[in-house]
Design a protein around this ligand. Sequence first.
Ligand SMILES: C[S@@+](CC[C@H](N)C(=O)[O-])C[C@H]1O[C@@H](n2cnc3c(N)ncnc32)[C@H](O)[C@@H]1O
Length: 240
Amino acid sequence: MTRRRLTEAEQAFLAKRTDVLGRVDASYVASAPFLFADRVTVTTALSRMELFKKVLDIPGAIVECGVYKANSLMLYMHLSTILEPYAINRSIIGFDTFEGFTGIDAERDPNDINTSMFSDTDMSLIESMIEANDLVRPVNRIPRCELVKGDIVKTVPEFVKTRPDLVVAMLILDTDLYASTKVALETFLPYMPKGAVVVLDEVAYRNFPGETSALREVLDLNKVELKRLPFDSCTGYFHV
Ligand SMILES: C[S@@+](CC[C@H](N)C(=O)[O-])C[C@H]1O[C@@H](n2cnc3c(N)ncnc32)[C@H](O)[C@@H]1O
């Protein structure tokens, strides 16, 4: 869930939390992440866990388009390591510029967003934490998590040409934008077996209509059994 407008109460929460964070060091935060997490962060984690369970019995990759700081991507990696440690045919693949929004469509995306949004991330930090988790992961000689940097409109069609083994069990569309969502859907759908899951993080949501426009252009909505998770504000999913 992308938040670009905060209520006064949310701003007050953040101010209070900033004050508390100033009293501890980073290892304190890492050892008690839920102490500092807000409702939306915990909701997102719960939603990711529910979605992950839907593809536990489907082989293939979990592909996330739009990774940002890899909070969800690494949750998927943890869930995979814990719930299916020996699934050597499971990969978790994250696509992002790792430099923020790109390819904003003047007509189909909101006009109050810009390319500096989501640029406050660091791919090398994510790579380091993938390596750290690989140290303690069973069957760690076989990679589980990989990152693909660049504009999805280019990297996704190029990527599928390099991977004859590719089957996509779950496609997570979370760039928030029209063009990248459309290319990701068009490119990955042929790699998804029946029952595989497509997740749209901002579906039917007026503040970010691009994902919904892309979905309607690629698929006939009448033939898509689009569902929501009751506790999640705007994540939708459907089975292929
Ligand atoms: C809402 S954030 C992703 C949040 C992440 N899935 C999570 O759960 O924490 C959107 C991300 O999409 C990325 N993005 C947007 N358009 C893109 C494009 N055309 N190619 C690659 N990445 C893109 C941005 O860089 C940003 O990191």
